[in-house]
Design a protein around this ligand. Sequence first.
Ligand code: ZN
Length: 171
Amino acid sequence: MTKTNETHFGALPPLYKYMPNPYPDERIWRCPVCNEKTGQRTLPLLVHVDPGHLIVLKSTCRYCSACELLIVHKHDLEHQLTQVFQELDPAAIGNEYFVLGTLEKQILRQKSQRLQSLEDLRQATHDFKMAYLEARMRQTGWFPKGQEPPIVEPPPSQEWVKPKSRLLHWR
Ligand SMILES: [Zn+2]
């Protein structure tokens, strides 16, 4: 269920455990780890997109303070990424990406909008303490005794995909 976070980028102490939520219509109101109610936290996330882009996106996440678990809504994040990359590098839309960590808001503010260098970015970044695999949800309803409710498979990415079919419409 867990994978170790092998990225060491941020100069600040690691913060938060990261878990993506792949269900577009589900807000995770209860922590998948401890089942307590989650709160909400809006944070700047640092996202690495192949090949070699580092993007800062402000994201509203679900948060469990007991577990330090930050649940990032994958489809919202990919929606934001798609918007950024339509301007920045459309060919990179649909590429592999991963969320490296969070940025310290105060440092971001001091540096105003533009960070001068990769080193500035590093100085403002907390890596995640660890990263979980995507959350999985079980079906609700009635099931035979002894049978675990089946897993609901999340839909694939909707916007952050390679535009294969567009070629068909070109004349
Ligand atoms: Zn929890």
